[in-house]
Design a protein around this ligand. Structure first.
Ligand SMILES: Cc1cc2nc3c(=O)[nH]c(=O)nc-3n(C[C@H](O)[C@H](O)[C@H](O)COP(=O)(O)OP(=O)(O)OC[C@H]3O[C@@H](n4cnc5c(N)ncnc54)[C@H](O)[C@@H]3O)c2cc1C
Length: 371
């Protein structure tokens, strides 16, 4: 592909920063760089027509961990590390609100609930017995108890009689969030080029040659924010993890309001516009879902439908309107990988299942790597 003089001059010459990936991380990185270097020429390259990883496909939970997830974290991290993880998620949510405004992303703090299946009596008892301890550990962040026990007021089927309630958990409109973020980045003067896939890069002495499917160009610095796809650009610490979702048609008099977690976070659902959005089931085929292919499987979709019918909406007729999948980036540890890859190449990836919470912060910290 050969560019005209004008195209080359305006779009592809003297670029200071090129960001790969226009998800929540890449866009926040662009904003932070523009704030710090107002005169810099910044380009974001995105392989999709829209962002095509996780940021426009997620469930919109503004969450920092259910009680069983936090107890799970405590198995692999010290108490201090667990508190630091939760603090970071809350700081990320504060930054998201500050950047975009609660109204623009339709942020509602309706609370979050954890359900336990009939087979999870032991897990429920463990959670209850350790709840006071976790509340004490989190008190410096929230100033009051986070978790409490509540009854099954939503009439869920085939679950324990009681649920665990988290009064600080919220939900937002993912589409509105990404729209607001894209508008802000455009308004700041950053160029976003869609349908451009980066295949690789070559580090030079003072610049980086970026190789895309159809053309190459030079940039001062390259910042990789491709999360679940990071291994394709030589970052081995991240594995892709596909997550499948469905949404019902509107349900008259839907009485379910809030965000809900089931089976240690492997399933999650919420209300949105009188519908139920439900996702999860990766645990049914962990190896098979370790893929960057955006597709659906009958195994997981059938399980999701079964949950809707028997647990979430027993006795209530519903129809499925839409199904989709997205790709997360996961690894051995929950901490994101924010690092210098080589002299002028940097990455901010592996956001796991809580990128809505930490994405703004990871984007900012990725930009902070530039000195
Ligand atoms: C179904 C689902 C539900 C989720 N629910 C929640 C939730 O409720 N709450 C929560 O906090 N988190 C949730 N998450 C996780 C959250 O969405 C992610 O952690 C977050 O969006 C990651 O943002 P990111 O910008 O780092 O990555 P992404 O949004 O994946 O962005 C990376 C971008 O890079 C692009 N890209 C990849 N490779 C290339 C290349 N070579 N060249 C050009 N472009 C490329 C991709 O197309 C993509 O747009 C969910 C994720 C999924 C999939």
């Amino acid at each position: 592909m050969s560019f005209s003089y004008w195209e080359h001059d305006s779009w592809f010459s003297n670029i200071d920063f090129t960001i790969v990936g226009s998800g929540i991380t890449g866009l926040n990185c662009a904003l932070e760089l523009k704030t710090r270097y107002p005169k810099a020429k910044i380009v974001v390259l995105e392989r999709g027509l829209l962002p095509n990883g996780a940021s426009t496909k997620n469930a919109g939970f503004a969450c920092f961990g259910s009680l069983s997830e936090i107890l799970d974290d405590l198995e692999h991290h010290s108490e201090e590390e667990m508190v630091a993880l939760v603090r970071k998620r809350m700081q990320g949510l504060d930054l998201l609100r500050e950047n975009l405004g609660s109204e623009n992303i339709d942020l509602q703090v309706n609370g979050g609930y954890e359900l336990f299946t009939q087979n999870e009596g032991k897990l429920f008892d463990t959670c209850v017995s350790k709840m006071a301890k976790v509340n004490t550990l989190l008190n410096p962040i929230f100033g009051e108890d986070v978790f409490s026990i509540t009854n099954n007021k939503f009439g869920f089927g085939k679950v324990q009689d009681n649920l665990i309630f988290n009064k600080f958990e919220g939900q937002l409109d993912t589409g509105k969030m990404m729209n607001a973020l894209l508008q802000k980045v455009h308004a700041a003067g950053v160029k976003i080029l869609n349908s451009v896939t980066v295949n690789g890069f070559v580090e030079g002495r003072d610049s980086v040659e970026v190789e895309t499917e159809h053309f190459s160009f030079y940039t001062g610095n390259l910042l990789i924010a491709t999360n679940g796809f990071a291994a394709q650009l030589g970052i081995p610490e991240v594995k892709p993890a596909r997550a499948q979702v469905l949404i019902t048609e509107p349900i008259p008099d839907l009485h379910i309001k809030g965000t809900f977690h089931l089976e240690k976070g492997y399933y999650y659902f919420r209300n949105i516009n009188n519908r139920i959005l439900l996702g999860g089931g990766r645990n049914l085929n962990i190896k098979g879902e370790e893929t960057t292919e955006l597709a659906l499987t009958a195994l997981i979709q059938q399980r999701l439908e079964g949950l809707l019918k028997n647990t979430i909406l027993p006795g209530t007729p519903f129809r499925i309107e839409r199904r989709w999948s997205g790709i997360m980036g996961v690894g051995e540890q929950k901490k994101p990988v924010i690092k210098k890859v080589s002299k002028n190449v940097f990455c901010g990836v592996r956001l796991g299942g809580m990128g809505v919470a930490i994405g703004s912060l990871v984007g900012k910290e990725l930009a902070d790597l530039i000195d």
